[in-house]
Design a binder for this molecule. Structure first.
Ligand code: PLP
Length: 401
């Protein structure tokens, strides 16, 4: 008999995006003449920049020639890319990260989801709420029962309080999805200090690092003193360079970072993650890594910056437009997400319905990201400029009715 992993039965059914799709379909059937603008899903719309496309083509040509064909690459990623990451993402910010602390992968989703494999299922886990759902669901799949939710709402200005109890693993995501908010260096230091005092590990997801515009917002957790002893950092090229369909990311596991056996012996987490990746992962395609490498050229960086500016300008349009319409809004300054408070008397879902009905705009109900997301709503800046402007004009018009 094939017994199943019953932890899967403990997962909450995710109705969020299927319910949204169903509601949109019903609306379209009822009003086929109305144009719907979707500012809900977190996928990008800008194409991959020319310098990166060129690098991909060149790599494809190499793969077609006997002399330059490549088969399996290193599981941890090619040196040419790891060296660029070390140089541009860390050394330039005064952070000392070594090449063999970088693990190139096919996505931050997989990495944040798989990292739990190197930790005990008895660990207590702290997860902020609302949250990117991967952290919670993968811990439930693994059978971790001790999960503590830490609210991040307007009441605490989206700065999660330290847990009252001792936790072993902490998931932090900044700039945050869904709230679009950030922590300052001092605020992040509080968590690093907590982790150092409690021998916990921080799993720091900075998939949206490229959108940071303000000073004093750390781009990497390793900007905080002592963080290399307690933190794993996840980065992604998905939103930075339109790689949601190409798939490339990386994870940093510093050598100073230790986990513990039951009898208190220290073990290097870098070694465990390396072992896990070598056993279960066969590396990112050469083409993809060559494409990622091209982002670090002068021209590549310029082109990518332009795309990021485009999305940030969309974010500004949404944020200021919503404020004009009388909404209370958060995020959108250092992130492509705008998190708004739904008007009094509404729930996240009733506001979704009203926005669809009256403005033909689709967003994401906050409660879909956790209990503490109730009463909020997420709009994304990843749409086209025209659609973003039109959506906001419609919302403003509707608010004046
Ligand atoms: N982490 C966060 C917080 C995200 O919002 C996303 C994507 O939406 C990811 C990770 C996934 O990144 P990737 O495309 O590299 O798997």
């Amino acid at each position: 008999m094939s017994y199943i992993n019953e932890n899967f039965l403990d997962l909450q059914e995710s109705y969020l995006f299927s319910t949204i799709a169903k509601k949109v379909e019903e609306f379209t059937k009822k009003h086929p003449e109305k144009k719907i603008i979707k500012l809900g899903i977190g996928d990008v719309t800008r194409p991959i920049v020319p310098t990166v496309v060129e690098a991909m083509k060149k790599a494809a040509d190499e793969m077609g020639k006997k002399e330059t064909f490549r088969g399996y690459g290193p599981e941890q990623g090619y040196d040419f890319l790891r060296e660029k990451i070390v140089e541009f993402d860390y050394k330039k910010r005064g952070i000392d990260i070594q090449k063999d602390e970088i693990f190139v992968s096919d996505g931050a989703k997989c990495d944040t989801g798989n990292i739990g494999e190197i930790f005990s299922t008895n660990n207590t886990v702290a997860i902020t709420d609302p949250v990117y759902p991967v952290y919670l669901d993968t811990n439930i799949m693994a059978g971790r029962k001790n999960i503590i939710y830490i609210p991040a709402t307007s009441e605490n200005k989206f700065v999660p309080d330290l847990p009252k109890e001792k936790v072993d693993m902490i998931y932090l995501c900044f700039p945050n999805n869904p709230t679009g908010t950030v922590l300052t260096k001092d605020q992040l230091k509080v968590w690093v200090d907590y982790a150092r005092n409690n021998k916990s590990v921080i799993l720091f997801d900075s998939a949206y690092e490229a959108f940071i515009t303000e000073e004093n917002v750390p781009h990497s957790i390793y900007e905080i003193e002592g963080a290399k002893e307690v933190a794993i950092e996840f980065r992604s090229f998905s939103k930075t360079a339109g790689f949601t369909g190409v798939r490339c990311a990386y994870t940093v596991v510093p050598k100073e970072l230790k986990g513990y056996t039951k009898d208190g012996k220290e073990v290097e987490l870098n070694k465990l993650w390396n072992r896990r990746q070598c056993t279960k992962f066969n590396g990112v395609p050469y083409l993809t890594q060559k494409a990622a490498e091209a982002m670090y050229t002068e021209k590549g960086m310029e082109e990518i910056k332009e795309n990021i500016q485009y999305y940030l300008e969309n974010a500004r349009i949404i944020r200021e437009g919503l404020q004009e319409a009388g909404f209370t809004v958060y995020g959108g300054v250092n992130a492509p997400y705008i998190w708004l408070k739904v008007p009094k008397g509404h729930t996240s879902w009733s506001f979704f319905d009203e926005l669809l009905e009256n403005a033909g705009v689709v967003g994401t109900p906050g409660v879909g990201f956790g209990e503490h997301g109730e009463g909020y709503f997420r709009l994304t800046a990843f749409g086209s400029r025209e659609n973003t402007i039109e959506a906001i004009q419609r919302i403003i018009l509707d608010s004046r009715k």
